[in-house]
Design a protein around this ligand. Sequence first.
Ligand SMILES: Nc1ncnc2c1ncn2[C@@H]1O[C@H](COP(=O)(O)OP(=O)(O)OP(=O)(O)O)[C@@H](O)[C@H]1O
Ligand SMILES: [Mg+2]
Length: 248
Amino acid sequence: MNGEFLRIDEVGMRFGGLRALDGVSFDVERGTVLGLIGPNGSGKTTLMNVISGVYKPSAGSVRFKGTAIASLPSYEVCNIGIARTFQIVRPFANLTVLENVAVGSMFGRDRKPTHEAFERAEALLETVGLARVARRPASDLTIPDRKRLEVAKALALDPEVLLLDEVMAGLNATEVDEALELLRAVNARGVTLIVVEHLMKAIMAISRTIVVLVEGRKIAEGSPAEIAASPQVIEAYLGARFAQRQRQ
Ligand SMILES: Nc1ncnc2c1ncn2[C@@H]1O[C@H](COP(=O)(O)OP(=O)(O)OP(=O)(O)O)[C@@H](O)[C@H]1O
Ligand SMILES: [Mg+2]
């Protein structure tokens, strides 16, 4: 029996009078790619923050391999194998790109001695396409490269689950294809992915299952084909995005 891997159960999150999340439940299968979509302010980042232990939910539970993790601090969530990227990228600006990644390997759950951490960081930079800027300060990086650095930093923690919050935002079409290739390679190594993204083409291409949030509630869950054809999703999200594109 495989057993439950990651379960989000009736999660609610309030900020004062605002319900950012309300009764959100879904299961994440081991090894899958789950896409999380929804309009601005629908609670996607908040849910990432709850799963990664940045926020303690006001209601409900998160279970990872049978352990309740909703009350754990984020470093412990990271130690049990769940890493994340941030929508607002924030590298250590004064460290080199290589050092930024090596720090993850030195302090992640599988703490490595310095020289091994640097070797692993070199390999990860190769994987994400940043080997060419490894010795530059992180502050020199362009936005697409900062996104790549975020992914490399998270991978340095050697996670079982990786939460990716808009890592493809601001990338051009070629860069999006490269990012998708990278995420597929990471997933093929057995890392379960939860991907938040507004780029429909990308999320549809990479996800096995998609969960749709609107105003903090889950309004749909299904395969990319089911989601793309769902009248409710089109009405609440996809239709509006399509109409917006038509106007541009
Ligand atoms: N720390 C906070 N304090 C107060 N309100 C918050 C906080 N974090 C998020 N919110 C509010 O919760 C709601 C959900 O925000 P969230 O950032 O999760 O949305 P999102 O789906 O990630 O949006 P986007 O697509 O724009 O990134 C919004 O109304 C937001 O203003
Ligand atoms: Mg967000």
